[in-house]
Every structure is written in structure tokens, then in C-alpha cells.
Design a protein around this ligand. Structure first.
Ligand code: 13P
Length: 248
């Protein structure tokens, strides 16, 4: 069996108390999966909940990370958080280039590339998101857009850096809509991505309305190594149900 990455992106949900409660409920639910070598669980929390997430993650042996970071180590960048600040909390993974950063906050490709490089230099694993909007898909631009997004982030990196990144294909039209890509659509893009990245060993996740009811189909696909989950990751039972459904 392949190793499955089950990563939860909490977005702007889960304050400190909710994070603590999540891990209290998570502990007994996770007991049966705890020693499963084929599963890696990760939780990506808002900045203000990261200390609580650090504690909860340590107690459960799961990974935790941030949802964004700035690439400069310090300075006059009002409102931003640096990589050393996140290292102080023990963050090992950081989501970068999420479509909500790209589209709501207008983060350009070159800024995302700088973040990817800075995060790698700090020995933290970037979880690099990419994917097309509905308009781009319908006008036949899916692969053109993703080539730009991926190439701008990785073209100046060494092969070992490219391999360290965890990639997450997230079609924008499938995020938070309840309408997942079909397993064939997701597989097609993940396989194409693996070829573009030109490294058969890279980890590629799919994200966009993943839940218990579609997990088996999606995660059984050859080029999909796991899921980056939004809504269903906010509760331990709906989150872990995704892996349970895949295994059954
Ligand atoms: P949903 O699972 O809520 O569609 O969100 C997906 C996502 O954006 C994960 O990063």
C-alpha cells in the first residue's frame, strides 16, 4: 500500500480554544491509526492557534504547520510573519500559494517562488498549491496556467529541493464548493504534474471538497498521494473518515 498524506488546512477557522478541543477529541479517534506506517497526518492552523496546535500535534505524533509566511527574515513588513517566528514554534511545513492567497490577496507567482525558496532554505517543507479556476478550465487553459504556476516556483531550484516540496493540486472550482474534481480529472492533472516536475518520486496531493464519500476513489488513483482537506478537516471524525474510507 502507498503512503497516504492526510493534511488539513484550517484556513481562518479554529481559535486557540477550538484547537485545544480538536486535539482532545482527536486523540481517542486517532488511536487506531497512530501506528499505521502508511498514514501521515498534518494540521495547518492559523498563526494565533499555532502554539496550541504545536502542543496538540506533539501529543498525538502528527505534523503541524502554518498556512502562509513572508520570505524576509525580519523588517518593516506590517502584518506579516517570518520564517524564524514560525521556527520558534516548531513548524515543519508551510502551505504556500493557496488559491485563496493567489486570488483574494493577489499573491503573484514571483512572490510565491521567493517564499518557496526561503522556506526550503530554512529546512521547512513547503506545501505548494496550484490549480486552475473554472474560467481557465472552460477556456482550455488548465495546463497553461498550471505550467506557469509550477515552473515559476521550481525552475530555479536544485533537483533535491524540487523533490522536498509537497505539491497540492487544488482546482479552484472544487474548493469549498462541495463539488470535487472527478477522480479521473484529478488523476489526469496529478500525472501531468509529475511529468512536468520531472521527478517520479514527488508527493502530490489533491485538494477540493475531499470527504469520506469521495476519498476512496480519489486516493486510490495512481498519482494522488493524499489529500489537502479544508472543511472536512475541522472535526476529527470527518477528517479521519477520509482515511478510513480509503482503507475500507
Ligand atoms: P475544501 O476541502 O473545503 O474544499 O478546501 C480545500 C482546500 O482549499 C484545502 O487547502
Amino acid at each position: 500500500m502507498k503512503k497516504i498524506y492526510l493534511y488539513g488546512n484550517w484556513k481562518m477557522h479554529m481559535n486557540k480554544a477550538e484547537t485545544e478541543k480538536f486535539f482532545i477529541d482527536f486523540k481517542p479517534a486517532y488511536e487506531i491509526y497512530k501506528n499505521d506506517p502508511d498514514l501521515e497526518v498534518g494540521v495547518f492552523a492559523p498563526f494565533t492557534s499555532l502554539w496550541a496546535a504545536a502542543e496538540g500535534a506533539k501529543n498525538n505524533g502528527v505534523i503541524f504547520g502554518a498556512e502562509n509566511v513572508y520570505f524576509e527574515p525580519k523588517g518593516a513588513f506590517t502584518g506579516e510573519v517570518s520564517i524564524p517566528m514560525l521556527q520558534e514554534i516548531g513548524v515543519t511545513h508551510i502551505i504556500l500559494g493557496h488559491s485563496e492567497r493567489r486570488h483574494i490577496f493577489n499573491e503573484p507567482d514571483d512572490m510565491i517562488a521567493k517564499k518557496v525558496k526561503a522556506v526550503l532554505d530554512a529546512n521547512i517543507i513547503p506545501v505548494l498549491c496550484y490549480g486552475e479556476t473554472l474560467d481557465e478550465r472552460e477556456s482550455g487553459k488548465t495546463f497553461e496556467v498550471m505550467t506557469r504556476q509550477l515552473k515559476s516556483a521550481i525552475s530555479n531550484l536544485k533537483p533535491e529541493e524540487v523533490r522536498k516540496i509537497i505539491y497540492a493540486y487544488e482546482p479552484v472550482w472544487a474548493i469549498g464548493t462541495g463539488k470535487s474534481a472527478t477522480s479521473e480529472q484529478a488523476q489526469e492533472v496529478c500525472e501531468w504534474s509529475r511529468n512536468l516536475i520531472a521527478d517520479p518520486k514527488v508527493v502530490i496531493l489533491y485538494g477540493g471538497s475531499v470527504k469520506g464519500s469521495n476519498a476512496k476513489e480519489l486516493l486510490s488513483m495512481k498519482d494522488i498521494d493524499g489529500a489537502l482537506v479544508g472543511g472536512a478537516s475541522l472535526k476529527p471524525d470527518t477528517f479521519l473518515e477520509i482515511y478510513k474510507a480509503y482503507k475500507n
